[in-house]
Design a protein around this ligand. Structure first.
Ligand code: ADP
Length: 265
């Protein structure tokens, strides 16, 4: 608690009364701490691929100068590292843009099925590459929500991409669209579930998955090209849409990520 004490003089020059302002600064400190941690994490995440890039540049200018095979291999790694930095910067910019608009509720009327179908099409090549079968199931005809089309695409892209990346290769990913009624006078909910049948996630990680840079396995996430920001972006977009993300998983039983949004019309 921060206290500010000031004496308010009367016209005669004597103290008329004392004003004490008490302010709870715990929340403010917590926000500042989170911001500082975030900047430190982001810098670290950028510095790692950058250090590797610089290392390879030195090797290419020195010991590997006349070794075409090594050069080819190192350039491939450097390209991957540069791509990683670029993805990270894109994700950081997305997060800050979404946060900036956090208080504005998106108002476009958007049909969910075409969005999810578009995401499934976009990710079909990745699924094929990993031998994963993408199954889209539509249990509700028209599902319209108020939202931002591009941001909702982003939500489902992140979830389906994770399911393909972290689910079992040669397995299946189910994407289901359904409608959940919510009683008289209340809007129905649009419910989209992305389910994989991979190794699953231990329960102690579940509450932290949407934190920025939180990963269950850092090496695995890096190897799969992750930035650790995907689910944080999903959470922020859904908050802006007054929607919810529910994560259910058990070790050995895959994972289900469910998005719930108010349906309109
Ligand atoms: P990343 O860029 O690392 O994929 P995300 O924010 O999208 O970051 O996800 C955070 C972490 O959650 C991942 O690193 C991974 O450990 C875990 N995760 C996300 N989706 C799944 C899934 N479908 N199955 C298992 N683990 C998952």
């Amino acid at each position: 608690v921060e206290a500010q004490i000031s004496a308010v003089p009367s016209t005669a020059g004597r103290t008329a009364f004392v004003l004490i302002v008490l302010r709870d600064v715990t929340q403010q400190h917590r926000v500042e701490q989170m911001r500082a941690d975030f900047v430190a994490n982001a810098s670290h995440e950028l510095r790692t691929p950058l250090a590797s890039l610089l290392g390879f540049v030195e090797t290419l200018q020195g010991p590997a100068r006349n070794d075409p095979a090594a050069r080819e291999k190192f350039l491939g790694i450097m390209r991957a590292q540069a791509n990683r930095m670029s993805r990270l910067i894109d994700d950081l910019l997305s997060l800050s843009r979404i946060e900036l608009n956090a208080h504005v509720r998106p108002g476009q009327s958007v049909e969910l099925y075409p969005i999810v179908a578009h995401v499934a099409d976009t990710l079909a090549p990745l699924a094929r590459e990993r031998g994963v079968e993408l199954v889209l199931e539509r249990a509700a005809e028209r599902l319209t929500v108020l939202g931002d089309r591009d941001e909702l695409i982003r939500v489902f892209e992140n979830l389906v991409e994770n399911a393909i990346k972290y689910g079992s290769s040669g397995g299946k990913v189910d994407i289901t669209l359904a409608e959940a009624p919510r009683g008289a006078g209340r809007l129905a909910e649009a419910v989209v579930t992305v389910r994989d049948y991979g190794p699953g996630i231990a329960s102690e990680h579940l509450p932290r998955l949407t934190e920025r840079f939180y990963r269950v396995d850092v090496a695995q996430s890096r190897e799969k090209g992750g930035t650790g920001l995907g689910l944080a972006i999903v959470k922020h977009i859904l908050a802006r849409h007054r929607g919810r993300l529910v994560i259910e998983s058990e070790i050995g039983k895959g994972a289900a990520f469910t998005v719930r949004l108010d349906a309109v019309g």
